[in-house]
Ligand binder design. Structure first.
Ligand SMILES: [Zn+2]
Length: 294
């Protein structure tokens, strides 16, 4: 079923686990994510960013796909706009039935980030749509941004930000970066900062740039209070590896076989990931018949 992202993250917060938020740009990704979550009795968040929407995952086509597959699923699914920046994108997503929107104004000065986030909260909450915001700077791995610790989220500022904006979840900068890290580089996360943020905020926290962080970092982040982990690069990579493996085995494989190989590879990746972040077995099918959760 399609539910608000806030309800997923509050449950994760109360029970110290994280929900995977996978950027999904076509039916194969959406179906792989939802099937994996169903088999693992786990929640999952399907999300896409404005660039992915503009290039490929056009909302008039992809939203009905997500809705149809989510509504049949016996586990809770949220649909999130990832890294929304323009107000028109936020409004469109709310109108289309997204159950959460992220507003990323983290590259702007603090006051402007507060104002923009507040505006989106004002538009989203009356429609039952929750809001994720970002404070601090999660850089781009390719630019080496992951190592600039002066960009980490400030605890006092985060408290003021949440108080003034009323956002439901906060993406924090603790040392990860978006995209692919240089070969062999494992980011060093600031778990002390994470602990301070969690203690002060007592709300769902989000890790962006989860791809390539390594299993140990992910587990420690979840133990430290991260409740949503964004995964884009690693999921795309799983899809590509599925196709490459089939092609190396059978260069004559046709397009249908390649799509199916990609989907199977993503699904296997997601199932493994759900165990790493501890969201497996959080829901039973029986519990859903009565609409309650465990
Ligand atoms: Zn991000």
């Amino acid at each position: 079923m399609l539910v608000s992202m806030k309800s997923l993250l509050d449950h994760a917060d109360e029970n110290t686990y994280a929900v995977m938020a996978m950027n999904s740009i076509n039916i194969e990704m959406v179906r792989a994510g939802i099937e994996a979550a169903t088999e693992e009795r786990s929640p999952i968040i399907i999300q896409m960013g404005p660039g992915q929407i503009a290039k490929h995952a056009h909302l008039d086509a992809i939203v009905p796909v997500v809705r149809a597959l989510a509504e049949k699923a016996p586990v809770p699914i949220a649909l999130n706009l990832d890294h929304g920046a323009r107000l028109e994108d936020e409004v469109r997503a709310i109108q289309e039935g997204f159950t959460n929107v992220m507003i990323d104004a983290s590259s702007l000065p603090f006051e402007e980030n507060v104002q923009r986030t507040r505006t989106v909260v004002t538009l989203a909450h009356p429609k039952g749509v929750s809001v994720e915001a970002e404070l601090g700077h999660v850089g781009q791995a390719a630019a080496g941004d992951g190592r600039t610790d002066d960009m980490y989220t400030d605890v006092a500022q985060a408290c003021e930000f949440v108080e003034r904006t009323g956002c439901d979840a906060l993406a924090v900068a603790i040392g990860t970066a978006h995209g692919t890290y240089p070969k062999g580089y494992v980011p060093k996360l600031d778990f002390n900062r994470l602990a301070e943020l969690k203690r002060a905020l007592q709300m769902p926290l989000v890790l962006h740039g989860g791809s390539g962080s390594g299993e140990e970092n992910l587990k420690a982040a979840v133990a430290g209070g991260i409740n949503k982990i964004n995964v884009c690069t690693d999921a795309f990579q799983a899809a590509k590896e599925g196709m490459l493996a089939l092609l190396s085995e059978n260069p004559a494989a046709d397009f249908l076989a390649l799509q199916m190989a990609a989907e199977a590879s993503i699904k296997a990746f997601v199932k493994k990931y759900l165990h790493i972040i501890g969201s497996n077995d959080r829901y039973t099918y029986a519990a859903f018949d009565s609409g309650s959760k465990e």
